[in-house]
Ligand binder design. Structure first.
Ligand SMILES: [Zn+2]
Ligand SMILES: [Zn+2]
Length: 164
């Protein structure tokens, strides 16, 4: 008789997941910190003990996804969205190995924060036309010719800002 997967049937804590992934992925270190992030240069994943255990496990798998995909830096904002989407794809595949299921709405919400961010940065402050990024730190409006600087953003910010 085939074994039926039972996602979310037991509460998997962040600690349980950590105990598995530290064994399964010995190349990376997992360090408690103030946020969930993949630190490419030093090859470690930081994690935070958050109120929601479930979301914590998702975020941890997402960061592990970045690690396994060897994500480092990006030059244009649009690449960041791509990087985030592939890290979630990876996280979804990893979740199956640990009998977890990542809520797709949650993933879309996370990606939406990047889409919103991208939209804001790409909107011309003068004429509000949607513009293209000219260089890593500069946008150029093809409609009115305005140029504006943008700051680099962190590689990873998996949470929609604390609105829920
Ligand atoms: Zn403009
Ligand atoms: Zn990410």
């Amino acid at each position: 008789m085939p074994k039926t997967p039972t996602p979310n049937s037991t509460v998997t804590t962040l600690d349980t997941l950590l105990s598995h992934i530290t064994v399964d992925y010995p190349d990376f270190s997992f360090v408690e910190g103030t946020r969930f992030a993949w630190h490419a240069s030093t090859k470690y994943v930081s994690f935070k003990r958050s109120a929601s255990t479930e979301r914590g496990t998702w975020a941890l798998l997402h960061e592990l996804g970045h690690a396994l995909l060897d994500h480092t830096d990006y030059h244009h904002d649009i690449e960041l969205l791509q990087i985030e989407a592939t890290a979630w794809e990876k996280a979804r595949a990893l979740a199956e190995n640990y009998s977890l299921m990542i809520d797709d709405d949650y993933i879309q919400d996370c990606l939406d924060t990047y889409r919103d961010w991208l939209h804001l940065r790409a909107t011309c402050p003068t004429c509000f036309a949607r513009s293209l990024q000219a260089s890593p730190r500069c946008y150029h409006c093809f409609n009115c010719g305005a140029e504006w600087q943008v700051t680099r953003s962190r590689l990873c910010r998996p949470y929609r800002l604390q609105t829920v």
